[in-house]
Design a protein around this ligand. Structure first.
Ligand code: ATP
Ligand code: MG
Length: 424
């Protein structure tokens, strides 16, 4: 026997039970997105590497150490498996001229790739649902994003979640802050780690984003960007907060929050929980008014957010009972040469009428087939032997709860099942 093959570390299989939960989650998410007027966009998983180095930022964890980048052997192109969705979404919208007539409310969902150390809630292939509002400048859309998150957490029954909010101001405000921050960090240059030293001049704001516990004290006392905000940025930030208060969404201002990607300005937010260990943030986003221009589009404001589906699923599943979510309405059991084709046709008839039907394949005694029927979670078994087939009938037998076995024609079965499953 040859050796067993394994999946790639940090890239997970979703087995049927879990995959069904994901589908149930995706349905809730789709309804929720529709209820706010967001429309889907699907972009490729592979993009040119420079989209992310330009879009996400050269001096970010993602671009410096986490991307799966490779050279196409056939034409030497530099390509990357997408580590996030915003850059691709903006690239696509610019390329296809989507926003310059009308602003757009868009969402995407799918796998992202980052080479990180796998642990609970942190994988190398993970999934995000992302929401982008392109072409909207006002604070109302920032608040819309936060309020819609709150609604989803409520729909999913998540508690123990906290909203952290900050403003990163505009480019000029960040420039003033940057000078002060560099001056401050220079005093601690010897104590900074390798990342910190490298980013000190290249992108000092990123130093504040460190996860190194040894640097927390230094970072805590650093000049806060929020104290450098001018009138317009403050007004925008105030307006977002007023709308949140209006919607009764509690928040905490965290002046240290800078987000891990370079494209943000003004409002940034993170939803955190204490229940996922170090992977505390399960949804994050904010405004990125400069990105469209930076990626070659006509300047236009934008904001958005992304949630990590694995992390949200971990939180959601805590509150759910185990056991299969999805089971067929009917399991068709049959034995005999005449019975098989008759049962096969009857199963198709039921499916045409909208029922979920599993047809037994692989033979075996009635008894062993009935065991399979029971194990499938189906509400009813439809039983066909040669005698029934000769009489043009099938037998309907309830597998859960009360009820007699009943012989009917396949056409009458449709009525009977509808009545049993959906009648009072
Ligand atoms: P973290 O600080 O946990 O590394 P991040 O700031 O890199 O997160 P974002 O780029 O903002 O994350 O991505 C948005 C969301 O995607 C995160 O809040 C998280 O829920 C999820 N996410 C990010 N990286 C991973 C990963 N490697 N595995 C699973 N989920 C992830
Ligand atoms: Mg990260």
């Amino acid at each position: 026997m040859s050796t067993k093959l394994q999946g790639v570390r940090g890239m997970n299989d979703l087995l049927p039970e879990e995959a069904e939960r994901w589908e149930a989650f995706e349905e809730i998410v789709r309804d929720w997105l529709r209820s706010y007027g967001y429309r889907p966009i699907r972009t490729p998983i592979v993009e040119y590497t420079k989209l992310f180095s330009r879009g996400v930022g050269e001096h970010t964890d993602i671009v410096e150490k986490e991307m799966y980048s490779f050279e196409d052997r056939l034409n030497g192109e530099h390509l990357t498996l997408r580590p996030e969705g915003t850059a691709s979404c903006v690239r696509s919208v610019i390329e296809h001229n989507l926003i310059f007539q009308n602003p757009q409310r868009l969402y995407y969902s799918g796998p992202m790739f980052r080479h990180e150390r796998p642990q609970k809630g942190r994988y190398r292939q993970f999934h995000q649902v992302g929401v982008e509002a392109l072409g909207f400048a006002g604070p109302d859309v920032d608040a819309e994003h936060i309020v819609m998150c709150r609604r989803l957490w409520d729909d999913l029954g998540l508690d123990d979640v906290e909203l952290q909010l900050n403003s990163l101001g505009d480019a000029a405000e960040r420039a003033t802050h940057r000078t002060e921050l560099i001056a401050y960090l220079e005093k601690y240059q010897d104590q900074l780690d390798e990342d910190g030293k490298r980013r000190l001049y290249a992108n000092p704001l990123r130093v504040l984003d460190t996860k190194n516990p040894a640097l927390q004290e230094i970072v805590e006392a650093a000049p806060k960007l929020i104290e450098y905000l001018g009138e317009a940025s403050l007004k925008h930030f105030e307006a977002v907060q007023a709308l949140l208060r209006e919607a009764a969404v509690p928040y905490r201002i965290n002046p240290r929050m800078v987000r891990g990607l370079d494209y943000y300005n003004r409002t940034v937010f993170e939803w955190t929980t204490t229940r996922l260990g170090a992977q505390a943030t399960f949804c994050a986003g904010g405004r990125y008014d400069g990105l469209i221009e930076q990626l070659g589009g006509k300047p236009a404001p934008a904001c958005g957010f992304a949630m990590g589906m694995e992390r949200v699923m971990l939180l959601w599943q805590e509150g759910l009972d185990a056991g299969p979510l999805v089971s067929p309405d009917v399991y068709v059991v049959h034995q005999g040469e005449q019975a098989a084709p008759f049962a096969f046709r009857s199963a198709e008839l039921l499916r045409s009428a909208g029922f979920a039907v599993v047809f037994h394949c692989g033979g075996g005694s009635f008894k062993s087939q009935m065991k399979k029927a029971d194990g499938s979670g189906a509400a009813y078994a439809v039983i066909v032997g040669d005698d029934e087939a000769a009489a043009g009938q099938v037998a309907l037998k309830p597998l859960r709860g009360e009820g007699e076995q009943q012989a009917v024609t396949p056409e009458a079965l449709v009525e009977l099942l509808a009545d049993r499953l959906y009648g009072e």
